[in-house]
Design a protein around this ligand. Structure first.
Ligand SMILES: [Zn+2]
Length: 330
């Protein structure tokens, strides 16, 4: 298997703040990538400009950042040609890697827009090197830009930043230096396409963490009333549902917290996110992780203080049916 570390540059409308709904917010104008062997050595590279079809002027920010002119882009090929060459160059059996979570989504969105065959009909596993870097440095609440990370890793800055190829190149250099023990347990999923059916749902356990991604639903209530999604199971006991130690509670209507204790494997804290994708489907992501009992106590404290606050200001009550759905369980 090879790793494809890639980076995209995109252009956007001049009036970014406009709220007008656009079919394609970010038009890809450059694809840069390096291919790595299993030992993360660079074995090949890809670097092409795209001649834009949608936005004929460069957004000032893009122009300033990339130091690129529209006349340069006009030398490029249409997106469909560049993308086809890129995917051929990638080959089969690859693992995509990028700095941050957005590139695979934008690639697929552009492919969609220009009428290309989908890259995949479900979620795509990939390595978000920015996320893995933060994990390795134990600063998961910090988002570093690529150059800051390169500096921290003391990697030679032998080419200029902020072009697709150079950013892919530096991302690959960082990737090679990151501890493989951390990388191995840090697969994330691009969810431009949700799992097609409940059979295709993602259940992925790595290290002390477990990730679940549901299929898409038409109604939010299909999730907040779904016992299977709401259950907290021990991944090491084949996901057997546990009696909740802390029933789901929320600080807003999007993220819920809960906890359970497996008598064999110990405390598990849980986080559930409910979102709506751009195709109007609701889906849930559930994150479980084995944790010290002090984390469970902390969650309990938070839940108590939220409850107390809510009594004082009832108009801030949490929307959604989740708490009722849970309480009605016998
Ligand atoms: Zn267990």
């Amino acid at each position: 298997m090879n790793y494809i570390v890639f980076d995209l540059e995109w252009n956007q409308p001049a009036d970014i703040k406009s709220t007008e709904k656009r079919k394609l917010q970010f038009e890809i104008i450059e694809i840069g990538a390096v291919k790595l062997d299993e030992n993360k050595n660079i074995i090949s590279s890809f670097n092409e400009l795209v001649c834009p079809k949608v936005y004929k002027t460069l957004n000032w920010h893009t122009q300033k950042m990339l130091k690129i002119k529209m006349s340069d882009l006009k030398e490029g090929s249409p997106f469909t040609d560049v993308c086809r060459r890129f995917l051929n160059w990638c080959g089969e059996d690859v693992m995509f890697c990028s700095w941050g979570p957005q590139d695979l989504t934008e690639l697929q969105r552009n492919m969609d827009y220009f009428g290309m065959k989908p890259l995949s009909d479900g979620p795509i596993p990939f390595y978000d090197i920015q996320h893995i870097f933060a994990k390795a440095k134990r600063e998961e609440d910090t988002t570093r830009n690529l150059e800051a990370a390169v500096d921290m890793m003391e990697i030679d800055k032998d080419i200029a930043f902020h072009r697709a190829y150079s950013d892919a190149y530096y991302t690959a250099k960082i990737f090679k230096e990151l501890p493989s023990q951390v990388t191995k347990n840090s697969v994330t999923y691009d969810i431009y396409h949700l799992p097609k059916t409940s059979k295709d749902e993602i259940r992925h356990t790595q290290g002390r963490e477990s990730y679940y991604l549901s299929t898409g639903y038409d109604q939010r209530e299909d999730i907040t009333g779904n016992r299977k999604i709401l259950s907290i199971g021990c991944p090491r006991c084949n996901g057997r549902a546990l009696r909740p130690k802390i029933r789901w509670y929320s600080t807003n209507s999007k993220v819920y917290y809960g906890a359970a204790i497996c008598s064999v494997h110990g405390p598990i804290k849980a986080k559930l996110r409910i979102k709506k994708n751009e195709f109007g489907k609701y889906y849930a992501e559930k994150f479980l992780s084995y944790c010290p009992i002090s984390d469970v106590e902390e969650l309990k404290q938070k839940k108590r203080s939220i409850k107390a606050n809510r009594k004082q200001t009832p108009k801030d009550a949490i929307p959604g049916k989740m708490p009722e759905a849970q309480n009605s369980k016998k």
